[in-house]
Every structure is written in C-alpha cells, then in structure tokens.
Ligand binder design. Sequence first.
Ligand code: PMT
Length: 401
Amino acid sequence: MKGKEVIIGVTGGIAAYKAAELVRLLVKDDILVKVAMTKSATKFVTPLTFEALSGERVIHDMFGQEGTVIDHIHWGQESDLIIIAPATANFIGKMAHGIGDDFLSTCVLAATAKTLVCPSMNTRMFENPAVQENLSLLKRRGFIIMEPGQGALACGTEGPGRLPEPDEILEQAKRLLSDQDLSGLKILVTAGPTTEPIDPVRYISNRSSGKMGYALAKAAARRGAEVILVSGPTCLNPPPGLGFCPVITAEDMRRSVFENRPGCDIIIKAAAVSDYRPRDCAVQKIKKGAESISLELVKNPDILAELGSTIEGSPSVLVGFAAETENLIANAEKKLKAKSLDMIVANDVSRKDAGFETDTNMVKFIYRDGHIDDSPLMTKDKVADLVLDRAKALREAVLEG
Ligand code: PMT
C-alpha cells in the first residue's frame, strides 16, 4: 500500500480510542496517515497520541494551529481516502446537511477523495429515523457506510452501534484503495487444517494456522473478486465481505468445495488436508489402559485430485500448494501432474520462516509446462498477491485459447 494517503477523521465518541489502533495498522501497511480531530474528539484521546502513531501533524483546531490556512481544502483533494471513525450522529448529520463549522467538516465538504463512514453510537441513536435518513442520504451521494457491529455498548445497552473492529475497517479501506483487477471473477480458496476425530476429545490434525489461505482470500476480495473461503478450524476471524464456509474434516471440506465449485473461475487449495482419518471414531472417550494401542487409519478423499480430474474443459484455473520437507521441486512437480493442476505453489515447510504458522513464506511457482518462478522470503499477504497475479494470467491465457 506504499504511496497511498489516508485521512482519519476522529469525532467525539467513546470509540475514539479504537481509531488509534486503526492508525497504527494503516501505518504498518506503509500508508501515509494524516489525522484530523473534532474538538470533542480531543476530550476522549489527545492529538499527541495520533501524532506519535502517524508521525504527522494532527489538526484539531481550524484557526489555532500554524500552517492550516488552506489545509482543509488540500487534505481531502490530495488523499486517496477519508475514513471517519468513529462517526457520531452529530457528525453524520453535519456531513448529510453540508455543514462546515470546523476543520474536519470543511475538509469533507471540499474533498474529492472517497469517504468511508464508520458510525458508532448508542443503539437508539443509531436507529433514530433522523440518523438513518442521514445515512441513506450520504449513501445516495456516494459515501461508503460501514455497518456498525452488534453487542454490548459503552452506555450499557446492547444492539447495533459498535464501531467495527480496526482490522475490519483496515480491510475495507484496503479494498477501497486497491485496483479491482479481479472484479467479475469467482474465486474459491481453501485454508487451514482439517481435523479427524479419534473420540469425542481427541483428533488427528496438522500445524496449519490458516494464515496463508486467509491472506489469499482477503487479497482476492480486496481486488474485487467474489470469494468463497472454505476453512478448516483456525483461530482466525472470518474476514468480512466474503462467503465463509467453516468445515472440520476432509469429508466436510470436500462436500463444501464441490457445493461451491459451480461458476468458479479460479480455485486455490492452500488447506492442509489430513491424508488419513481414523477408521472409527469412538463414541466415548478412550480410556487409558493397555501399554500400547493401535489406531487404524483409512485414506481421505484427495479433493484436489478429484477437482483436477473433473475440471478439464471448464475455464477454471486450478492452483494447489505443496508442503514439502525434502526434494521440494521434484515432489511438487509430481503433485502438479498427478492432480492435473495449472500451477502448484511449493513451500519448504522445514524452514523456520516459511510454511506452517509463520507470517512469512518463501515459495516456488511451478507451471504445467515445467516453467518455475521463484519468490524471495516475504509476508504471506505479499505471496498471496503474487499467487493471484499468476492465477489471473493463467485464466486470461485459458480464455484466449
Ligand atoms: O496455514 P498456514 O499455517 O499459513 O500454513 C500454510 C501451508 C503450509 C498450510 C500452505 O502454504 C500449504 O502448503 N498448503 C498445502 C499443504 C498440504 O497439505 O500440502 P500437500 O502437499 O499435502 O497437498 C498438496 C495439495 O493437495 C494441497 O493443495 C492440498 O490442499 C491438496 N490436498 C491434499 C490432500 C487431500 N486429501 N486433499 C487435497 O485437496
């Protein structure tokens, strides 16, 4: 996201503290962040907090700060996106009715950048027809409104009105800042491990955290694709704005993949599917007794191989991953051929900084024609974009015949 510029407009609500985390996340993504605060916002969080996090001057007083004479005009015209978070009922009303009585409201009035509004207030206030009509008016005028979260609010009530979590706002912001080069495509991604039950309290699984698959799903959605994420059990939150299908076993994953396959343009299988499962799952917890016991395992369906054997003639591009601890290229090439894939992404999972559980990965892209493409060690988010660039090119080549 280097080269992008975002303005965070903080208005006076209790959720103003969450805007600090949002600024931190945006800066971490190499985005230049400028913060403008209303006077009441400064009662909740000090400008110094935002200054320290953004490394930029924070404007909170139209006339009281040096060098701000026409900043309210420049800021919204030079930035790529304005995010109002939290957006109070009062500030939403001002935006809807063209009121410009402080730095932030005049900045929004003069802006040419897209504006993302993240409402946050008491449920009754949020449901008040005046606020709802103001939000509808803003929507009709092209403002992007994020639905507030549900749950316990600071005022003690329950219902809609919570500021969406900073990582959700970040994801929405990244979508608005990204080229929509995958728009019109349906992409299915699998992620995480599968777990195969032994008895009600034990299972066989593997070390997949889901990070690689979730990075792929998020990047595809950010770039405008319709995304279905079929995920085994992980500790990650389902990314907003995509079709999320949670599964547990390889059989569940197979069912979900084939149910969602119709109409898919690209399928990417980053999940680590258990190759075997216990023949029987004990109804009760197996008791400790004998010195040794045996567990009979039977083969699980190979979902990718089944997809590969039935995908011929359709325009879908099929991408697999290979997790190897030795003979990376030779083993991955075998899987590419055996499963009739268009491309396989091979990762050496014996490395400490790649493969399972890490935030980084180092992969080789191996194609059907034998061509191999290398990538250096990078974040899984960046690897995800490289995988999608290549899958998109393969899809275009298929369509061109
Ligand atoms: O989740 P993370 O912690 O971020 O880790 C990422 C990862 C290491 C899991 C990921 O980068 C990766 O390599 N995923 C594939 C892991 C794997 O199971 O590889 P494999 O070589 O055993 O399988 C080859 C391919 O066949 C995979 O695309 C797999 O999804 C698919 N497969 C395998 C077995 C099976 N029964 N059905 C399948 O569809």
